[in-house]
Design a protein around this ligand. Sequence first.
Ligand SMILES: Cc1cc2nc3c(=O)[nH]c(=O)nc-3n(C[C@H](O)[C@H](O)[C@H](O)COP(=O)(O)OP(=O)(O)OC[C@H]3O[C@@H](n4cnc5c(N)ncnc54)[C@H](O)[C@@H]3O)c2cc1C
Length: 447
Amino acid sequence: MLTTATTSHPVVIIGAGPIGLAAAAQLSERGLPFVVLEAGSTAAAAITDWGHTRLFSPWQYNLDAAAQRLLEASGWIAPDSEALPTGHELREQYLEPLAHLPQIAESIRYDARVTAVSRAGMDKTRTARREETPFLVRIETADGYSDDVLASAVIDASGTWSAPNPLGQAGLLAPGERQALAAGRITPPLPDVQGRDRERVAGKRVMVTGAGHSAANTLLDLAELDAATTIIWAVRTADLTRVYGGGEQDELAARGALGSRLRQLVDSGRIEVLTSFTITHFSLEDSLTVHAVTPNGEREVSVDVLVPATGFRPDLGMLAELRLNLDPAVEAPTQLGPLIDPEFHSCGSVEPHGERVLSHPEKNFYIVGMKSYGRAPTFLMATGYEQVRSIAAALAGDREAADAVHLELPETGVCTTDLGGSCDAPAPADDACCSSSPQMIELSVGR
Ligand SMILES: Cc1cc2nc3c(=O)[nH]c(=O)nc-3n(C[C@H](O)[C@H](O)[C@H](O)COP(=O)(O)OP(=O)(O)OC[C@H]3O[C@@H](n4cnc5c(N)ncnc54)[C@H](O)[C@@H]3O)c2cc1C
């Protein structure tokens, strides 16, 4: 709950993505003042980058309840609950109308990138009166100036889109990776290969790395380009069976169809697969040479361009002056880490969780949304909506509502195109995602 010493300042929400905007809607309903600081010049700036991709969960799981109430009061009509929108449709049909509602629009500041969060007048080492001291949120504006915003509480919903995992082994950038990126030989994640980024790949020798949803989508899109486009799919895993799914026998028709298409393209030779392929370094001449180790020894593959699809990690640099409690492996809040560890959990098997699980020693500071899952690739918007509902209730002093955590996850709906069991990264060995029959997971716990 906010203390009287800090309530003269708004709650700062970092990021106007789906979870940041849902936090705004929840706080608006609770009557708590807030400011959304968004790095981009529009709402859902990160989704704009991957907007050509179709979501794997239908509309009914992509809307926040408070946001929907505010929108419907303005005459907005919800899209078909069973349809699967693209990222662009999610933004145009839901997030932009939400961001334009007067209750929210007047509290969003665009082109305001948060570079640091601290407590006004005190660094991380100072304890006396810490909890009553407002947060200081430093922003950098589009013209390069810095500005400070004081806050009663901070909800970091800045996502992980700007921090893709490096391609090198051991979680590190491979030698030569930075230069290959600068030279445009490595694309941003999820390029629009049939539209905006077509020229970068059409007729070229293209390598795709990763074995998740993003890699599958990119490979299928590339295969629809003309036959002059050479497609190489490099994965760290030794066996692609799990990535393909169960084909015609698959319990989930859409997943089976997607996996079957991918398998056919591999079997027909349209896509060349390199398994057990661990990138060691890159060298750059006329083309990009990818150096790797495989069980059969060292390997060099020359390509024109490489498309990375190996997941994301949180950028924690701007939070260095805060007292955080993060899981040492997953980099999610400590109590959340074991609930979402991708070695043991899938998209649909994460327990619902709220303010208590997401709290840190730094009172009234929360990481939510995609970033709250740290390096785990299994985040779902529905989970994030429940996170911010609970946090808004706690900040408003409604402990009962904050603790009544409730979530319905569509186990099949989230996994229909989720090849290999992870949403956006290489399939972990023991992931059980999507193996159960179609069903709803309904969980209601006090946390
Ligand atoms: C290709 C793809 C498909 C997905 N499909 C689904 C799906 O079908 N169903 C599902 O439930 N989930 C899906 N997800 C996962 C997840 O729900 C989405 O990534 C969702 O957009 C996460 O919402 P978010 O608000 O946490 O972060 P984001 O959408 O990334 O929004 C973060 C916002 O913060 C801004 N920002 C970043 N840094 C700063 C900063 N320092 N200061 C200020 N602002 C900043 C960004 O510009 C952005 O607007 C998918 C993810 C991807 C990548």
